[in-house]
Every structure is written in C-alpha cells, then in structure tokens.
Design a protein around this ligand. Structure first.
Ligand code: GLU
Length: 505
C-alpha cells in the first residue's frame, strides 16, 4: 500500500452506539493497527434534529471500555481537526461554493409544501434530470429571480447536479465492483441554508478527503450512498485520492431472518448496546454488555468473528492476535447471524482464564450485596476455583456457590421426592456417626472412609450420597461432594446433615 492507512469511525450522536456500530469501529481499529496506520473518530452531528445529548460521551466510553484506541478525535486532537462536523461549517460552506461555481450543484427554493404537493401529483417523483426544470431552482429560474429570492432571505437548499445515464463504479474491497446507473440517483441535497449545515453526504466526503482517509470501512447500509459519493469525488476533482470502500456485512437476527434490531435483544434477552443507556427523554433503560457482566475481551473476540474469520478454526484471539490476523480477504459478503449464545460462551471461556484471585475481587461486592461477610480471601478463592467452571457471568458465582456461605434453608423438592424416603433419616444419623469419627476432614481422608462405610453396609451409593448432598447443598448439584465438605469443615458439615434430618419431610 503506497498511501498511509488512515481510517475513520464516523458515528452520528443520535443515540447509544449499536453493537453493529461497535463492530465497525473494531474492524477499522484492527485494520489501522495492522497497517501501522491511524484511526480517526469523527462525530457526524450535522443532523441537528436527531442530536441526542450524552450520545457522544457514550461513544467515547464504549470504545475505551473495549480497548479500541483512537489516534485523532475531539478529545485526542490532531492535525486535521476539528473532528466534530458542527464545528466545520466554514469548511463546508466553502466547498458548497466550489461546487456551485463549477456548475456541479445548484440552488433550489422549493418549500417542503411544494415538494409534498409534487410527490402527491407525480407518482414515484424524483428530483432529477427529468424533473428539475419544472421545479423552482437556479437552473429553471432566471438569474434575476434567483438573486431577488436570495436577497429577500428565501430559504434554500443546494442540490447536487447528477448527469443521468452514466455507469458509476464503486470498487469495494469486499464486494468487488458494484456498478449503478446514475439515472436512478436523485439530485441529493448537500446543504441547507435553514441551519447553515451540510447534509451527511457532503460533509462525509469533504472530511474524508481533507482528513486524508485511505479506507472507508463502514456498514453495508451505506453501500447505496457510495455511487453518489464517487460522483462527489469526481465533481470535486479528487478521484485520484478517493479512499477505498469497504462495506461490512449486516448483523442479522439470531435466526438469520432480517437485520438485528433492539427489539430482538429485548425479545430474546441479550444486550444490543455495549454499555447501559438511559434514554434522556423517555428515561427508558437499555441493557449493555458491560453492565450485564461481559468482559470487554470476550465482547471484542465475539464481535470480531461476526463477519470475519481468521482463515482457520482459531476462535480465541486477544486484541493483538486479532490485529495480526485481520484481513479484508476473510470478511464475508453475506450477513452475519448474531449468535448471542456464542457471546455467552466466549464470556464463559474468558472468565475461566482470569486468575481466581481476580475473580474473587469481582465476586466480593456481590457477596456483600447478599449480606455475606467475614469470610477470608483464601476461603472465597477456593470457592471460586471450585465453581467457576459453571458460570457464564461473574454474577452467576452467587447462585453456584451460596451454600458455601449460608446453610440451605430450603431443599429442592424434586430431589427430595426422588432421594429422600422413610429410611433416609436413619441413614443420615449413621452418616453423622461416621463423620464424627473422622479427625482429618480433608477430601483424601473423608472420601475413602464414607465410601468404605457405604460399601461395607451394602447401602445404595447413589441414594446415600444424594441425600447427603441434599442436606449440605440444598439440591443435588455442585462440585465434588468431598471437596465441598473439606472446605465447610467437620462441624458445619455435621450440623447441616443434622438440620437436614430435622427439616426435610
Ligand atoms: N455518520 C454515519 C453513521 O452514522 C457515517 C457513515 C459512514 O461511515 O460513512 O454511521
């Protein structure tokens, strides 16, 4: 690549960043880092109607949480700023003038009411070469009329003059050549005098050019805009430095039928936003990956594989490994099903990689919330090491291990029905005798003694052991029974068996 790689992530601050947007940011980042290039974060806030307070902060926080580092941006600064479009009005105004002077754009005075009326009277109306001379604009009106309207402060927009009947080629590094005939395009609005702001198309192209962007990597939903963008590069005379286009595949619903939406997340119970978000107007809260207990490394790994693969069956990759392996050649054209169960599985796997001491620190506040205090770190670490294989989230530790901290007060009804019968209390009383006779309560010592007793007496192994577990744990689940009793100790184990005999009916 002869040109320096410079990519940009260009979100509009219209709400919380959707998980699809996060994936776009991630691919931009991986690509930039791999090529020793730079990543820009540009805030595209030219649509004042859709601006949502807090959205920009949210974007910054989400990217930081995930470890996606920005080289140039509003907060980072950089040579090509400002990086917020609402602060670049002068630049856009100047570029609009360039197009007008070159005859590549024109001024249109049609009011919203006039446009509506026209849409009503002309089926499939499009503002283009076939209709523009019947509208009110600087091409159809005389120079004097235009001047008078402008002098009187009439509101206007600037439209792009699209020549019909031309094949416009978009070279997409994932999709190959995409050709579209210019006749299907309308004369897009590039600038509105009402708020002195450009539209997305103009601002986007001007900024990509001025910020020396080499690759435009964005979601597939922007592919339809690409031919227009190519024409704008031509109109400005910038074709030689036009960035390469990369349109990433859509994220699809888990069943593959249609685009992933917020509603799918609500319906199926998984977040579609990186961080929790509270809508400033309605107060409605949308869940986030962070607050739901996901590790950022797991989210990054999961997202990286939605639309890309490393070319082999490697699944676990750190950010650095992703940077090393990423390649546009292995990005898919077709949409990627959002398999949130896989996301959970990644989180499970990443939690297993955390040192027990670190998991313990994450677990402590949850213990506190549940009123558990006074256990040593050493004790909690041992609990964590025993049950972590069963968790997808840190919060699951509590459900999986509460009996290490509080005695069971209820006993799982199904297990009781299956494992507790008339003779069980007598068996458990005998077990208490056996346990009381053991001095060394380690697993290595208790296990052979208890199992030996069951065998000698010819008792049913499953019935005795399950009843025993029921009294100690409250249900017939959990890690190895004698690891549990080792940690609980003799006194507590015997106490629980006794309580079980009293309480289970
Ligand atoms: N502002 C657009 C968005 O919200 C940017 C699209 C692009 O990357 O060109 O996604």
């Amino acid at each position: 690549m002869d040109q320096k790689v410079r990519v940009r992530f260009a979100p509009s601050p219209t709400g919380p960043l959707h998980i699809g947007g996060v994936r776009t940011a991630l691919y931009n980042y991986l690509f930039a880092r791999q090529h020793g290039g730079e990543m820009i974060l540009r805030i595209e806030d030219t649509d004042s109607q859709r601006f949502v307070p807090g959205a920009e902060e949210y974007i910054n926080e989400a990217l930081a949480w995930l470890g996606i580092k920005i080289d140039e941006g509003v907060r980072e600064g950089g040579e090509y700023g400002p990086y917020k479009q609402s602060e670049r009005r002068d630049i856009y105004r100047e570029h609009v003038k360039m197009l007008l002077n070159a005859g590549k754009a024109y001024i249109a005075f049609d009011t919203p009411e006039e446009l509506d009326a026209r849409r009503e009277s002309t089926p499939n109306f499009q503002y283009d070469a076939s209709t523009r001379m019947s509208m009110r604009n600087s091409l159809s009106l005389s120079a004097d009329e235009v001047k008078e309207l402008l002098d009187n402060g009439a509101k206007y927009v600037v439209r792009f003059l699209i020549e019909p009947g031309r094949d416009v080629e978009v070279n997409d590094l994932i999709r190959g050549k995409v050709t579209i005939n210019s006749s299907v395009l309308d004369d897009k609005v590039l600038y509105k005098s009402a708020d002195d702001l450009p539209t997305y198309h103009l601002a986007n192209i001007v900024d990509d050019h001025l910020m020396k962007v080499s690759h435009v990597i964005r979601g597939e939903e922007w592919l339809p805009s690409a031919p227009l963008h190519v024409l704008l590069y031509e109109a400005f005379g910038w074709v030689d430095t036009m960035p390469a286009f990369v349109h990433l595949p859509l994220l699809l619903k888990p069943d593959g039928k249609g685009k992933l939406s917020k509603r799918d997340g609500d319906r199926l119970g998984f977040p579609v936003f990186p961080l929790e978000w509270q809508d400033p107007k309605s107060g409605e809260i949308s869940s986030g990956y962070r607050e739901s207990g996901y590790l950022p490394e797991a989210v990054v790994n999961f997202l990286a594989l939605l639309g890309w693969n490393p070319g082999d069956d490697t699944e676990f990759m750190s950010m650095q490994e992703l940077i090393d392996k990423f390649s546009l050649d292995h990005c898919s054209k077709s949409g990627a099903k959002f398999d949130f169960e896989k996301g959970k599985w990644f989180n499970h796997k990443y939690l297993q990689e955390l040192p027990d001491a670190q998991l313990t620190e994450l677990f402590k506040p949850i213990l506190k919330e549940n009123g558990v205090e006074g256990f040593s770190d050493e004790y909690i670490i041992r609990v964590v090491s025993m049950v972590k294989g069963r968790i997808n989230f840190v919060k699951d530790l509590w459900e999986q291990s509460r009996y290490f901290f509080v005695e069971p007060t209820e006993y799982d009804a199904k297990s009781v029905k299956k494992r507790w019968n008339e003779g069980t209390p007598q068996l458990m009383n005998e077990l208490i005798e056996v346990l009381n006779g053991i001095d060394d309560f380690s697993c290595a010592s208790v296990e052979p003694t208890v199992l030996g007793w069951i065998t000698d007496k010819n008792y049913h192994m499953g019935n005795v052991m399950n009843a025993f577990r029921l009294t100690v744990v409250g249900e017939c689940k959990g890690p190895h029974m004698f690891d549990i009793t080792e940690l609980l100790g003799k006194e507590e184990t015997v106490r629980r068996v006794r309580l079980g005999v009293e309480r289970i009916k």
